[in-house]
Design a protein around this ligand. Sequence first.
Ligand code: IPM
Ligand code: MN
Length: 369
Amino acid sequence: MKLKITILEGDGIGPEVTREAVRVLRAIATLHGHEFSFDQRLIGGAAIKEHGSPLPTATLDACLAGDAVLLGAVGAPEFDSLPPAGRPEAGLLLLRRALGGFANLRPAISYDAISAASPLRPEVSRGANILIVRELLGGLYFGEPRGRSGENDNSVAFNTMSYSVPEIERVARVAFEAAMKRGKKVTSVDKANVLETSQLWRATVSQIGRDYPRVTLEHLYVDACAMHLITDPRRFDVLLTENLFGDILSDEAAAITGSLGMLGSATIGGDVGLYEPVHGSAPDIATRGIANPFGAMASAAMLLRYSGRLEREADDIDEAIQAVLNAGYRTLDISSNGSGYIATTSEIGELVAEAVAEIADVRHAYHAV
Ligand code: IPM
Ligand code: MN
């Protein structure tokens, strides 16, 4: 199988974690006889410095010409005082819109081997496995009008939260389809006691739910959901929500795993799939070899699953991640009270690449018998 993958390392720890994900993808290609080509481009702060724009035309063109995009992270403190449209993050939002993916899948899983890294008691977090389906192209991130008026003490700033029925329907279908393949439960999260957008959201999701009689649908207000996520995460299967609520709740859900560095994501529904870890650019720990590359690797696995339809290869990466964790290797962020062996970002990359090869060997041997 041939796959053209555009690599956007971005800022902060983006380059170091993405490199390890690419290492694992190369291992998969060699082991399984696939041809993956990697086209590396600039985005975010790195692109602003080089080209004066967070999403240069050459980057966007390369992304649209490929089969999938693997992104690290964007954001750098030196741009913090710029208005939203000039910041590194604007490059990512323009890219998301241009690629057209509206459903952002963010699995939050409790891994037994690192359950001690979670601030939640093991009896609360163990076994939790949530798929957050975050709407990615609507809501406050993209709503118009937006802006500022007035000066100084008379300044007013405003953003618009708006959703249309088709925008809600399409992402709701993704959530219900996913639930059919999992625990057959969808929790739709909104603020329908206050917001009109949420009332439309709730009514539309309920309507789509009628097409999936085998899936149990519940509605939760976002404030209550935030509480349930950390008091009883096992009550969730698929969690469906709008853009900003999904941004916030997915960071919170990382507490189940123990570190934001563990979570990967896939954005589907557009012309080209976009795969990025949920964590940010973490400039404070960049280039020190301590960044957690598991989220980037989990994103690479999702890339193979959704853009390559390579289910087995994707499963192999997920299994390799678990094997390396089970063997006791940890980056600093998931090494609770010094347990296990602390490994650098690139050591984890080597270990996962080796584990992927061992898994392929075992399967080969099994089939040869
Ligand atoms: C995320 C990030 C982005 C978002 C930022 C970097 C624009 O926080 O992917 O969760 O808010 O969507
Ligand atoms: Mn976020």
